[in-house]
Design a protein around this ligand. Structure first.
Ligand code: PLP
Length: 387
C-alpha cells in the first residue's frame, strides 16, 4: 500500500458520513442493537463489534487501521498514552515466575514497570547492553518470555540488531517487543525484521502538535486480539475518540513534517559539529556514530532528536546556556512543531554534578518545524553567552 494512500484515504468510509473529507468524531460511549441476537453476538465477540467505546469505536478504528498499515502489521491498538501501550504489551506476555531481558535504560516508565511493579508479581528483569547480540544470548534463562527493545534509545541512540534479536528470540519462543518511537514506522518497520510487537508513542511525531497523548501497539491479529480481550479492555486506557481524531489529523502531515525535520536536523548537526563548545555529538545518522552502519542498514531515516556533550566544568554554565536559549523551549516530550532542549543535569542534584561524567554534560535537542537558521542563531547566541 502506498504511504500516501494509507494517510489520505485508507480506512475512511466517507459515503457513510456525507462524503465529508475529515472523518466524524463518534463521541459515543455505547452503541444500540435492534435484536437480542445482535446483542448476544456482540457480547460473545466484542473484538468484532461496536458495543461500548472502551472496546471499539469507529473513529478509533480509522486510526487503528492506518497505523497497522504503516507498520506492515495485521492489527493495531491505540492507547491513551505510550506508557499504557508498553504496560499492556508486557503484561500480556508474562506471568508469575517469568523473566524479561530488557535493553539498558529503556524509557523511564518502562524502567519503573520493570523495577517497581512487575517484581511484586514475581516477574524479574535483567538489563543488558543491547549493542551486542551475545549479551542477549547470555541473559536468556529457561523462564525468559519477553525481550524488550528500544532502538534507537532516545538519549544515547544505542541500537540493537533487530533481525538478529528476532531470530534468536523466535528460536527460543520468546516474544519480542520494541519501542520504535524514535523512528516511527516511516523510518523503521520492525515487524519486517521479525519483531512481534512494535510500540510507539503517538504523543510525539504522530500528533506532531503537542496537543494530545497516545500510544500505538501493532502486531499479529492473534496477539492483538488477545491483548484487546484482556489488558486493553481491563485497564481501560484506550484512546478517546477526540484524541484519535487529532492523531488522524496529525498523520496527514507526518511525511511532510519528517522531511522538514530531517533537513533541519542535518543543518543543526553540522553547526554543532563545528562549534568549539561541543565535545561530542550523538546522532545515529552522523558518520562518527559508533553504530552508524547498523543505523543505515535498518533505519531509512533519523531526525529530530540529537544529543551533544557540552564542554564545561560547571553546572552553572550548562544552566546558563539552557536558560539563555530563546526559541528552544526547555520542556519534556518531542515530535511537535516546537524545538526543545532537556539538560541531563536537570535529573540530578546540583551537588552531585561531576564534570568528569560525560552523561552529566549531555544536552538533548529536539529540532522542530521552525526555520533551521533561526534555531542555529539561537544556539549560537547561547554558546556566545557562555564565555
Ligand atoms: C514519550 C515516550 C514514551 C511514552 O509515551 P507517552 O505517550 O508519553 O506515554 C515511550 N518511549 C519513548 C522513547 C518516549 O519518548
Amino acid at each position: 500500500m502506498d504511504l500516501s494512500y494509507i494517510i489520505n484515504e485508507y480506512a475512511e468510509e466517507r459515503e457513510k458520513y456525507f462524503n465529508a473529507v475529515s472523518p466524524p468524531i463518534i463521541q459515543s460511549s455505547n452503541f444500540v442493537f435492534n435484536t437480542v441476537e445482535d446483542m448476544r453476538q456482540a457480547f460473545a465477540d466484542e473484538y468484532s463489534t461496536y458495543l461500548y467505546s472502551r472496546g471499539r469505536n469507529p473513529t478509533v478504528d480509522i486510526l487503528r487501521k492506518k497505523l497497522a498499515a504503516l507498520d506492515g502489521a495485521e492489527d493495531c491498538l491505540v492507547f491513551n498514552s505510550g506508557a499504557a501501550a508498553i504496560f499492556a504489551a508486557v503484561l500480556a506476555n508474562v506471568k508469575a515466575g517469568d523473566h524479561i531481558v530488557s535493553v539498558d535504560k529503556p524509557y523511564t516508565w518502562a524502567q519503573k514497570m520493570f523495577n517497581d511493579i512487575l517484581p511484586r508479581f514475581g516477574v524479574t528483569t535483567t538489563y543488558i547492553d543491547g549493542r551486542e547480540i551475545e549479551h542477549f544470548e547470555r541473559a536468556i534463562l529457561p523462564n525468559t518470555t519477553v525481550i524488550y527493545l528500544e532502538s534507537p534509545n532516545s538519549w544515547d541512540y544505542a541500537l540493537q540488531d533487530l533481525k538478529a534479536v528476532a531470530e534468536l528470540a523466535r528460536a527460543e519462543h520468546i516474544v519480542t517487543i520494541i519501542d520504535n518511537s524514535y523512528c516511527t514506522p516511516l523510518y523503521q518497520r520492525p515487524i519486517e525484521y521479525g519483531i512481534d510487537l512494535t510500540m510507539q508513542t503517538a504523543t510525539k511525531y504522530i500528533s506532531g502538535h503537542s496537543d494530545t497523548l497516545g500510544g500505538v501497539l501493532c502486531g499479529s491479529k492473534t496477539m492483538i486480539e488477545r491483548i484487546f480481550n484482556s489488558e486493553y479492555m481491563n485497564i481501560g486506557s484506550g484512546i478517546q475518540p477526540f484524541n484519535a481524531w487529532l492523531l488522524i489529523r496529525g498523520l496527514r502531515t507526518l511525511p511532510a513534517r519528517l522531511d522538514r525535520i530531517t533537513a533541519s536536523t542535518k543543518k543543526v548537526t553540522e553547526y554543532l559539529k563545528n562549534q568549539p563548545k561541543v565535545e561530542e555529538l550523538l546522532f545515529p545518522f552522523d558518520e562518527s556514530f559508533p553504530q552508524y552502519n547498523l543505523a543505515k542498514q535498518q533505519m531509512s531515516g533519523a531526525c529530530g532528536l540529537l544529543t551533544f556533550i557540552i564542554k564545561t566544568t560547571t553546572i552553572n554554565e550548562i544552566e546558563h546556556f539552557c536558560e539563555s536559549l530563546q526559541h528552544f523551549f526547555m520542556a519534556v516530550s518531542w515530535g511537535g512543531h516546537e524545538s526543545l532542549i532537556i539538560p541531563k543535569c536537570s535529573g540530578i542534584k546540583p551537588a552531585d554534578f561531576d564534570a568528569g561524567n560525560k552523561e552529566h554534560r549531555m544536552l538533548r535537542l529536539y529540532v522542530g518545524l521552525e526555520d533551521p537558521d533561526y534555531l542555529i542563531r539561537d544556539l549560537d547566541q547561547a554558546f556566545g553567552n557562555m564565555q
